[in-house]
Ligand binder design. Structure first.
Ligand SMILES: [Zn+2]
Length: 380
């Protein structure tokens, strides 16, 4: 039996060892596939990162498939049952690094689009691909730069489908319609180093900071809302001391992270943290790193089309969720685009023996097709 289109595309992509930020020709392969379907191909290279913007059509609305061709490193090859960059089919499961995150989804995008433009050559609006090779890395020269380029020429995405593996047990059971924000604080609290036997000559920053840390750790930041769990504060790293048992440390370092809901802004969180530290009379330095603003695509045509497509193809009622880590959706949503993440089951992503059920990729492709049909074909 010959491979289906989805399977052969997925295999072709997995066979390319595109460990972030390498692309290894994945995007060229996509471009060669999309150009004959009527797409205008625009490679966008920024430093070490290869990106692809491909668009068919010049009018709105724009339905965009977004994703990444890079993968995380395979890890120790001897821990894999099959070589990580040799796509291997065993009992209906396709094994290889990137099978689930997210070369499988890209194969499903491509097959869905080929079928759609064949069936509906005169569809409405445009279909686009926004693909990067820097999603698993520092995400500097990938999607943010492409979005900047599009914004500069006022090219807008109406609906964006990110192929990140959103599903939990069955394909389509969970769709991400937003993500929490992520904000990291690097705090240094200053004391005065000294001998533990002469505490009156020193100031212990651990003791000084403890009540403030307690307040930060126990504070109810918000109650979340319909779409988001409550904002959470977590200490990730804490360090003080010289290693000697007779020295009061001079400094305390605390690194903490907020995963926050749309009830708060990063500015509000920063202000509240600084108020607490100041109220406790601490001498401190605090550096903030914002890795992503929260975003939410509530009700709307894209959410409706996604729910309907999943129901029609799988019979499942999908669950809308904002849990999990960040994704490139956070860079696309601020342009005003509606953003949904829908991809295969995420049980094995970033692990050894990463795999995806081939039947799930076919199902995904059918769901993507169904969504385009709802959004880009006039029903009268
Ligand atoms: Zn991914």
């Amino acid at each position: 039996m010959t491979d289906s289109l989805v399977l052969s595309l997925a295999k072709d992509l997995i066979a390319r060892p595109s460990v972030t930020p390498a692309d290894e020709g994945c995007q060229q392969m996509m471009a060669d596939f999309l150009a004959p379907l009527g797409f205008t191909i625009e490679p966008l290279v920024f430093h070490d990162t290869t990106n692809l913007w491909a668009r068919k059509g010049t009018t709105g609305p724009v339905f965009c498939f977004a994703g990444h061709t890079d993968v995380v490193p395979a890890g120790p090859a001897e821990k894999w049952n099959t070589p990580p960059f040799e796509p291997t089919l065993i009992d209906g499961m396709l094994y290889g690094r990137g099978a689930a995150d997210m070369k499988g989804s890209i194969a499903s995008f491509m097959a869905a689009v080929q079928r759609f433009v064949t069936d509906h050559p005169d569809h409405q609006g445009s279909i686009a691909f926004l693909i990067t090779s820097d999603e698993e890395g520092p995400f500097i020269n990938g999607t943010p730069k492409v979005v900047e380029t599009l914004e500069a020429r006022q090219e807008k995405i109406t609906w964006c489908l990110v192929g990140e593996p959103s599903s939990t047990a069955h394909v389509g059971d969970v769709v991400k319609n937003g993500r929490r924000g992520s904000l990291t604080g690097d705090l240094t609290v200053f004391g005065i180093q000294g001998h533990v036997a002469y505490p009156h000559l020193a100031e212990n920053p651990v003791h000084l900071a403890a009540p403030a840390i307690y307040e930060l750790a126990t504070k109810q930041w918000d109650n979340g809302n319909e779409f988001f769990p409550a904002t959470s504060f977590q200490i990730a790293n804490i360090n003080a001391g010289t290693g000697a048992s007779n020295v009061i440390p001079g400094e305390l370092q605390v690194q903490f992270n907020f995963r926050y809901s749309t009830e708060l802004t990063d500015e509000q969180i920063k202000q509240q943290v600084e108020d607490i530290l100041t109220r406790h009379g601490l001498r401190y330095e605090l550096k903030w790193t914002l890795s992503g603003q929260p975003f939410l695509t509530g009700s709307g045509k894209l959410v409706e089309a996604t729910q309907r497509a999943i129901k029609a193809i799988t019979g499942r009622e999908t669950e809308l969720s904002t849990s999990g880590g960040t994704s490139d959706g956070r860079f696309i949503a601020p342009t005003g685009a509606q953003v949904i993440e829908l991809g295969p089951v995420n049980a094995t992503i970033h692990k050894v023996n990463e795999c995806v059920r081939v039947a799930d990729l076919e199902t995904l492709s059918d769901i993507y097709y169904h969504m385009m049909q709802q959004l880009l074909v006039k029903h009268d």
